[in-house]
Design a protein around this ligand. Structure first.
Ligand code: EPZ
Length: 424
């Protein structure tokens, strides 16, 4: 397995372009199931999860190809309505094919996604919503079976804002008979882009970006031609990279309106963030001030930025309290950061981070996508060498983050990990 080697201590300088958003590209690709014809998506990040989604679309009988930032999907009607366990176990976002398959073809058989490192992550809200629209839903041998002759619009109230739940039900409702109202909807920018693209395909959706979305079913949709919005989590990660190394970095290709929460917290920490026509400039000198953070649904501080911000707070001039309110187990990076000299105490959903003057390099293990980013950020500033193992986590959600950081001066490279020495 590959690992990333970092020699810490370099202040990052220069300009970096942020890639397209993983969590927008995935639902958009699934939405190609809803309309026959030739779909084209630009600014698609070249990530493992994007290639997995294209593979799933091909398993369903669509011709999905990805190359040089452009995804092309030719939909001449699917040949299958099943997403296999082997595929779903590698990417839980595969459940996003449920809504489009049932909405367009009245049938879907999708493996239940297992839990993952950050929590159990059930999909009960997705299934409850499909039943409200008239689908018959059952669980059989680890698979969700959903079917309906024709979905009918209905009011849906989520127990909590769920991003992919909102996306799944929007895609299920666009071809249903009548009007669907989704209350307690997620308001993430990725949900808004999906709604905008569905409307450009001919759907009738109002209220995306608020907690109440109304979908009026239509007879059919046209293929999409769109450009994926910038990845606000990659942007936030790169901003923290500039801050933690006391560097001076210009991020281009960002949508600053999607970054209000992390920008505010960085400014509170004493980081200079300035918007210009070229993008966002992030400049830091000296250790950060301690800043408390609580993760919330958008527009609050994103859970996907929690691990990265914690890496910054390990060097703060004081104590910061980081509260994780979205997932029940999203502190897997804490033990690894402590091996680098961080002083963190866990108390339920809170991490009490007492800043230290310096971290020291170590061999660390990535456990999930954002935890691995957090360890890379810590390695950039730690004294000596850091080895981040299980880099495949990073590659699921970041397009060559190591190359982007090297372009800003970081001493970072990949190496093929020697196979573990099996004891004789
Ligand atoms: C999306 O996951 C993102 N993934 C996640 O990003 C992100 O962390 C998460 O939203 C929260 O912002 C994609 O968009 C592909 P949720 P999702 O449903 O939709 C509970 C990354 O790092 N819940 O909004 O799966 C759930 O357990 C990934 O890029 C239910 O209980 O998250 C969680 O506590 C990680 N039942 C909360 O709601 C349900 O049916 C929010 O989860 C659905 C969700």
């Amino acid at each position: 397995m590959q690992k990333i080697l970092i020699d810490g201590g370099v202040s990052l300088r220069g300009r970096v372009k942020v890639s397209g958003a993983k969590n927008s590209a995935l639902p958009l690709l699934m939405a190609t199931i809803l309309a026959e014809g030739e779909h084209r998506l630009h600014n698609v990040p070249d990530l493992v999860d994007v290639r997995t989604t294209c593979k799933l679309l091909r398993e369903l009988g669509l011709d999905a190809q990805m190359g040089r930032g452009v995804a092309r999907v030719s939909n001449r009607g699917p040949k299958s309505h099943e997403a296999s366990y082997d595929l779903v176990k590698t990417m839980r976002a595969s459940v996003l094919c449920l809504g489009p398959l049932v909405g367009r073809f009245g049938r879907a058989r999708v493996s239940l996604p297992g839990g993952c490192a950050i929590g159990s992550r059930p999909i009960d809200q997705h299934l409850k919503g499909l039943e409200r629209l008239g689908a018959r839903v059952s669980i059989d041998h680890g698979y969700v079976e959903a079917s309906a002759r024709k979905l009918s619009g209905a009011p849906i109230v989520f127990d909590m804002p769920t991003v992919t739940g909102t996306e799944n039900l929007m895609m299920a409702a666009v071809l249903a008979k009548g009007v669907t109202e989704i209350k307690n909807a997620a308001m993430e920018p990725e949900v808004v882009q999906l709604a905008e693209v569905l409307c450009a395909m001919g759907a009738r959706i109002r209220g995306a970006g608020t907690e109440s979305i109304e979908v009026e079913g239509v007879g059919g949709l046209e293929p999409m031609h769109t450009t994926v919005i910038p990845d606000r989590i990659e942007a936030g990660t790169l901003m923290v990279a500039a801050a933690i190394t006391q560097g001076d970095v210009l991020l281009s290709g960002v949508r600053s309106s999607h970054l209000a929460a992390p920008v505010e917290k960085l400014i509170e920490a004493g980081v200079a963030v300035a918007e210009s026509k070229d993008g966002l400039r992030v400049k830091a000198t000296g250790r950060p001030r301690p800043v408390d953070v609580t993760t919330q649904p958008y527009p609050g501080f994103a859970t996907d930025m929690q691990a990265q911000f914690m890496a910054l707070m390990t060097l703060a001039r004081g104590t910061a309290v980081i509260s994780e309110h979205i997932f029940e187990n999203r502190f897997m990076h804490v033990q690894e950061l402590k091996r680098m000299g961080a002083r963190i105490r866990l108390e339920g959903s809170q991490a009490i981070v007492r800043g230290v003057r310096q971290l020291t390099g170590a061999q660390v293990m990535a456990t999930d996508l954002r935890a691995s980013a957090s360890l890379v950020l810590a390695g950039l500033v730690a004294k000596g060498r850091t080895e981040v193992n299980r880099v495949y986590h990073l590659d699921r959600g970041y397009q060559r983050l190591d190359r982007k950081l090297r372009g800003l001066g970081a001493k970072i490279r990949r190496s093929r990990a020697r196979p573990p020495v099996t004891p004789k």
